[in-house]
Design a protein around this ligand. Structure first.
Ligand code: HEM
Length: 363
């Protein structure tokens, strides 16, 4: 080096901070990728953990069944939109006339052999496929809101409800701990204690519970939840009637009613206002919110879930057409993963001959 050259000689010692900086870039990128892919899961509940809990504890029943809502019946019908709905969403479902529907009614329990008289929660699922191949899938419950706001809360609820081996019932102390950690669940418990006992699917209301974003042709975004409001009057059952009822009265009633003609539900959207809890399914919106009938489902026929088309459908509510988007509600994402695990497992069981005869349609 020349005498007047002020530059410092290259040494590893001087350059190591720069080298560490360069080496850290790929490390940070890999970590971010792993985090977003769910490989790193500190404090997060995965849909597989939730599914495993269902699989191991809620439904230790013959395989081939859905791991939740295992008992149900397929239906087919027609969706007719209300032209006004096109103001809210550009989805093809709101412009095409008379769209075929493949749906399913079910009871909310995991046990596919549960007696219908013990089922307070009933459900409807639909798949509406438009002529351009797009699909809108939904699985709705008769509950007005969910018991928790997050997947962690849902998993904690499953854990708290595990039967104590000594009593065969959930441990009240664990339930208390769950309710104090997830206070939103107390509101739900109160509702559940007084909820109506349905005597027929035909008179039950089914709620989307989660929120969705409707996108109009001009790009306007509107958060909505919807309810399938029955046109058939609702009747409640007394405790005596429930105990004496046929264990499969819900399916039998539906088949009997359809002999006299179709059964109708109006799809009523509730429109959120700024500040409403659009990402929290445990929080109802004020009852003053604007509502709009956006369509009608006409149910025309029913068939056993062993032979009907609904058997091999995953009613994942995150499958929506262009013009409808899912909100950031974490329960929606948890549902999608858990439904997929359940769907894969039950179809694998049917495909490999491990399913119950009742569900795979064999004689
Ligand atoms: C984290 C929360 C939830 C989890 C983990 C979960 C899990 C599941 C699973 C595993 C299935 C069976 C899917 C299949 O095998 O095809 C299922 C079915 C179903 N769930 Fe959920 N669920 C959740 C929340 C909800 C909510 C909020 C609703 C109502 C708005 C709902 C309504 C239904 C209905 C109606 C079915 C039956 C669908 C059918 O007929 O195939 N679930 N759920």
């Amino acid at each position: 080096m020349k005498e007047n050259d002020k530059r410092q000689p290259f040494t590893l010692k001087r350059k190591w901070p720069a080298l560490i900086g360069i080496a850290a870039i790929p490390l940070i990128l890999i970590t971010l990728f792993a985090w977003s892919s769910g490989w790193i899961n500190i404090g997060r509940i995965t849909s597989k953990q939730i599914y495993d809990d269902f699989n191991n504890t809620i439904s230790p029943f013959p395989s081939g069944y859905r791991r939740a809502h295992g008992k149900g019946i397929c239906f087919t019908g027609v969706f007719r939109s209300n032209p006004e709905a096109a103001q809210l969403s550009k989805a093809r479902v709101f412009t095409q006339k008379d769209i075929p529907v493949i749906g399913r009614f079910s009871v909310g329990a995991g046990n596919p052999h549960v007696a219908d008289g013990t089922a307070r929660v009933t459900s409807m699922a639909f798949l509406i496929k438009t002529d351009d191949g797009q699909e809108w899938r939904s699985a709705m419950n008769s509950v007005p809101y969910f018991h928790v706001a997050t997947a962690e809360g849902f998993y904690a609820g499953l854990q708290a409800n595990h039967p104590d081996p000594k009593t065969g019932k959930p441990d009240p102390k664990k339930l208390d701990e769950f309710h104090s950690k997830y206070p939103e669940s107390v509101k739900f418990e109160k509702w559940a204690a007084t909820a109506p006992w349905p005597d027929s699917y035909s008179g039950a209301s089914f709620n989307s519970v989660n929120s969705f974003r409707f996108i109009s042709e001009s790009g306007k975004e509107t958060y909505v939840r919807w309810v399938m409001r029955p046109r058939t009057p609702t009747h409640e059952m007394t405790e005596k009637q429930r105990k004496e009822a046929d264990p499969n009265f819900l399916d039998e009633d539906l088949i009997e009613r359809l002999k006299s003609g179709p059964i109708y539900w109006d799809m009523v959207a509730t429109i959120a206002e700024p500040g409403d809890a659009v990402n929290d399914p445990s929080q109802p919106w004020p009852s003053s919110r604007k509502q709009m009938v956006i369509g009608t489902i006409e149910v025309t026929s029913a068939s056993k879930q062993s032979t009907g088309e609904c058997r091999d459908i995953n009613y994942d509510p995150t499958i929506v057409p262009a013009g409808i988007e899912i909100s950031n509600d974490p329960i929606l994402r948890a549902r999608s993963g858990a439904y997929s695990h359940s769907f894969n497992a039950r179809l694998r069981e049917i495909g490999t001959g491990k399913a119950s005869k009742e569900i795979d349609g064999k004689k």
